[in-house]
Design a protein around this ligand. Structure first.
Ligand SMILES: [Fe+2]
Length: 328
């Protein structure tokens, strides 16, 4: 955490920013398109990960509908990020905000497209239905002084169905111009700032999730990870266990709990090198006025507990290769 020389804990510091958050009714991530060198092999991984194949290398989640498309690309990268708004009037506001930043906008009746200069990602904002999720049955957890599950085994050990992610939760992108990417997503598209890591990146939301996007400074634009919501920590464990039983080399980092966003996590690697995260129990920000964004640094910017952070999580093994590819 950043040092607080006035004795006030730094996690209570408000983000010092003059950045203007523009009020636009963004409500969720819709769908992403990832470019990979080998679509067939990568598609098999996402099916094993628990996404439902929808034909033509497209995949659906339980609550979010179609949320992933894989297309051929010489190097792995996020090609398109979709964001949902309530109605076409919201698109006019986004278009006006982007115009103020001198960002070129392609406009269709129900969508607009613009490219973030820092990550190179094409962002498509379109009118989309809000996501509706049904809560899972409450789990009965025993503990000191509470036998909430008298004389029966835990539900979690009786689960046999494969893990099925509920929705795409967030995307983490490396940006070669962090200030430009923050301007694009916050002032242009209309994301809100939930927390920042000093000089390194911003956790941004376009819904009540703590974050739907993290843009972080990087030597090359690249996709760090996509993150997929599951019901609870047992589903994270079951999902990772099943993937690692087939190939232990897929393990990246987990099980642990992040400090920023509070979620449990386990990261695994797809065949193209993109990290995929199962997550559960992320902070929800339902009242913007009651949330205080903070500036973080040090270990808490990464996690609150878990195995040591592997160096390849911070700088993926193929970073040099991606840099060469980006310049080719
Ligand atoms: Fe994440």
């Amino acid at each position: 955490m950043s040092g607080a020389d006035d004795g006030v804990p730094s996690w209570h510091q408000r983000v010092a920013t003059s950045r203007k958050e523009i009020s636009v009714a963004l409500h969720r991530l819709t769908t992403i398109t990832i470019g990979v060198p080998d679509v067939v092999t990568t598609a098999a991984y996402y099916e094993e990960f628990g996404l439902a194949p929808a034909g033509d290398a497209r995949f659906s989640t339980v609550d979010g509908g179609e949320q992933l498309r894989l297309v051929p690309s010489p190097r792995r990268r996020l090609i398109e990020l979709g964001i949902g708004v309530d109605d076409p009037d919201d698109l006019d506001r986004v278009a006006a905000n982007l115009a103020r930043l001198d960002i070129a906008v392609e406009r269709a009746p129900a969508a607009l497209t613009a490219v973030d200069p820092g990550t190179g990602v094409r962002v498509v904002v379109r009118a989309a239905e809000r996501l509706r999720a049904t809560a899972p049955p409450p789990s009965s957890v025993n503990g000191p002084g509470k036998a909430n599950r008298p004389t029966r085994r835990a539900d979690a050990v009786l689960r046999e169905a494969p893990v099925r992610p509920r929705k795409l939760g967030h995307v983490v992108l490396g940006s070669i111009d962090l200030a430009a990417s923050e301007r694009f997503f916050i002032e242009g598209i209309g994301f809100k700032v939930s927390d920042t890591v000093a000089g390194l990146g911003s956790f941004l939301r376009c819904s009540t999730d703590h974050h739907n996007l993290l843009v972080q400074a990087a030597p090359v634009p690249f996709l760090h990870h996509t993150s997929w919501q599951v019901d609870d920590v047992d589903e994270i464990g079951r999902g990772a266990h099943a993937l690692l039983a087939r190939d232990p080399g897929r393990h990246v980092w987990g099980l642990g709990r992040h400090h920023i966003g509070s979620n449990f996590f386990w990261y695994l690697r797809d065949p193209a090198g993109n990290f995929t995260e199962y997550y559960a129990d992320l902070d929800c920000i339902v009242d913007d006025q009651l949330w205080t964004p903070a500036v973080w640094d040090g270990p808490k910017s990464l996690y609150t507990w878990g195995p040591p952070v592997p160096p390849s999580f911070l700088a993926p093994d193929d970073l040099a290769e991606l840099m060469i590819g980006a310049h080719a």
